[in-house]
Design a protein around this ligand. Structure first.
Ligand code: M6R
Length: 619
């Protein structure tokens, strides 16, 4: 991962910053002049296990190094299956993200030639293969050429991979190749870096360069060479400057990243709005390089996303359909491709992703583009694959999100999708300019409303979590924009407090789920405002009455001073008065806090829940 004077230090700090991407094992490999074999150390479990091992028995000084934290796909988490993996002669070490789909076939071929495998991973297959190809090149040319060897191997692999490699015979370079898996270069002075995310090297340099699909890279202390897999030079790699400091990816005194990031919800909303208006207050999305004519002709939007990002898309559907009067479909990215969706050049596909690397979403957007639709990404990560492969990008400026549970990215995604909706309304003339400006003013008020919830409801939420900590299951109900908020609240509780939780549309209650309600069953209800058209409010209140009549313990998220809620709910998380369409931005906040408090009370690691990783870069 690094070619510089202090590779182990750089690798370990990079792994610390990237541990959220996978944390079932970690390892490093180093090379230096004079070494006969690469020096490798790897341990199952958290990075701290590796650190302790290195402290007990330090590795020798080196000139280049690679490091990896793993989220197991092939082979269970163990010392043996951890990366790096080495070539048969121990001279080359590699790390790998992704899944090599033809690994079994390649392994059988290698086994028939006498190669022996110690792990159950596809990565070891690539390591043995790279070793073999590297030795063939030495036989052909009389000298080692790791860069060429990796390119040849890349051409032989199918599936998804980013592979980085070091060779003790060339201890001044690190080489990499990528296909359907992320890789970025950090450009330092007298030192260069590779990482699956800029977080790996942002403490050393903010200057970065993208590596495109099916490209290979070779870094040394003073050079970066990029080619395609056939060795043709690539001259136009896009460079960018990381727009956040290393400190933004540190806990900064907070007990957890999740706690810090929930408290950054207001800033995430404010920053996502920043710089997106002209002097007249009209929305300008300069960064979105899609022409006005194209926008005018859009007659359908399909949002593709996964998890929390898909719930942000569901919230946006209510608003955009109301403002722009075109249909908005929201589709889980992994389902999208397989149902033969109707896509035309007038369909705008919106791919929402915090990481910008979710493979399911990437595959969905590729399919949409192949079918002739335009794709706009809403993304939080500069230079990631999803924005790079889209026609346009609208960045959420939430800052790096480290906790696996997505929080500030969710509110920022809603704001970005709303900006897109209002922009379309402006371009298509489906709303008066004054109406749009009025909503924008209301959006600008939202950070302080979220702050009010953080300042005034956190104690209330913690109290409720203490009361509910032993509950075995939860139901979350909502209607209209409260429905995706209920789904999001339920997801948070599942993923970090490991509690069986079902979120559903409140209207469905009597169509089945009410049978789950028994004495003491906790039911969380998002209650719409009683102001204006209060028909939904009354229906949701009836829902609360119905579950209470069957013994449920009810927690409501409701507007300050709602008298009906006070009468029926056992606990209320209050929201300040705000327009219905903007209420998800505040309603989700107590649910984020609630899940975090529950997880903490149960003694779980809120930032790194079991079995999960922050970026899901495999399908
Ligand atoms: O990086 P993305 O926004 O594409 O990630 C999508 C989901 O994997 C993500 O939102 C996931 O559901 C979160 N862990 C939820 O908190």
């Amino acid at each position: 991962m690094t070619a510089c004077g202090k590779p182990l230090e750089v690798c370990m700090q990079g792994l610390g910053r990237l541990e959220y991407r996978g944390y079932d094992s970690a390892g490093v490999a180093l090379a230096a002049p004079g070494m006969d074999l690469v020096a490798v150390r790897k341990k199952a479990g958290r990075l701290d296990n590796l650190k302790a091992d290195l402290a007990r028995s330090p590795l020798p000084d080196a000139t280049v190094g690679i490091g990896h934290t793993r989220w197991a796909t092939n082979g269970e988490p163990s010392d043996t299956n951890a990366h790096p993996h080495v070539s048969a002669d121990g001279k080359i070490a590699i790390i790998h993200n992704g899944i090599i789909e033809n690994a079994s076939k390649l392994k059988m071929d290698l086994q028939s030639e006498g190669y022996v495998f110690s792990s159950g991973t596809d990565t070891e297959v690539a390591a043995k293969l790279l070793g073999k190809v590297a030795n063939t090149i030495i036989e052909e040319t009389g000298k080692p050429d790791l860069f060429e060897a990796l390119r040849r191997v890349a051409r032989m692999l199918t599936g998804a991979f980013t592979i980085l490699a070091v060779d003790c015979r060339q201890p001044d370079i690190v080489v990499g190749a990528r296909h359907d898996s992320p890789l970025v270069v950090g450009l330092g002075e007298g030192e260069n870096f590779l990482g699956s995310d800029v977080a790996a090297f942002v403490a050393y340099t903010k200057h970065a360069m993208e590596i495109g699909q099916d490209q290979a890279v070779c870094i040394s202390g003073d050079q970066v060479i990029v080619t395609d897999f056939n060795g043709n030079p690539v001259k136009d790699s896009k460079r960018f400057t990381v727009d956040w400091d290393a400190s933004a990816a540190e806990k900064g005194g907070w007990p957890s990243f999740m706690d810090k990031e929930i408290h950054e919800d207001p800033e995430a909303v404010a920053n996502t709005l920043l710089g997106r208006f002209d002097d007249q207050g009209d929305i300008v999305l300069d960064e979105v390089h899609i022409g006005l004519d194209v926008f005018r002709q859009v007659d359908k939007i399909i949002v593709v996303a996964c998890g929390t990002a898909s719930y942000a898309g569901m919230v946006a559907k209510y608003a955009i359909e109301h403002w722009v009067r075109i249909p908005v479909e929201v589709e889980l990215a992994h389902e999208f491709r397989y149902r033969d969706p109707i896509l035309t050049p007038r369909t705008l596909v919106v791919a929402i992703s915090q990481s910008g690397e979710t493979m399911d979403t990437l595959m969905a957007l590729r399919h949409a583009r192949e079918q002739g639709s335009r794709v706009l990404a809403i993304c939080n990560t500069q230079g990631a694959s999803i924005p790079r492969e889209s026609d346009a990008v609208l960045y959420t400026h939430a800052g790096p999100e480290i906790a696996v549970a997505s929080t500030k990215a969710f509110v920022a995604q809603i704001v970005a999708a709303y900006l897109l909706g209002l922009y379309l309304a402006q371009v298509k003339g489906t709303m008066y300019r004054d109406e749009i400006r009025h909503i924008l003013e209301q959006l600008k008020d939202m950070p302080q409303k979220i702050q009010w919830v953080l300042d005034n409801q956190a104690g209330n939420v913690e109290q409720a979590a203490k009361q509910m900590v032993s509950a075995h299951s939860f139901l979350f109900l909502g209607r209209h924009v409260g429905y995706p908020v209920a789904l999001e609240g339920a997801l948070k509780l599942k993923e970090i407090a490991y509690t069986f939780t079902e979120g559903f549309a409140a209207g469905e209650l009597k169509h089945g789920p009410i049978a789950l309600v028994d004495a003491g069953e906790p039911v969380v209800v998002i209650v719409p405002s009683a102001r204006g058209r209060n028909i939904l409010h009354n229906k949701v209140i009836s829902g609360i009455e119905e579950v209470k009549a069957r013994g449920a313990f009810t927690i409501a998220v409701a507007e300050l001073g709602d008298p009906d809620v006070e009468q029926y709910a056992d606990v209320v998380f209050w929201r300040p008065v705000c327009p219905t369409l903007l209420s998800p931005l505040v309603d989700v906040v107590p649910l984020q806090l609630f899940a975090m408090d529950m997880a903490m009370l149960k003694g779980y690691d809120v930032d790194k829940p079991r079995n999960l990783a922050k970026s899901v870069t495999v399908e």
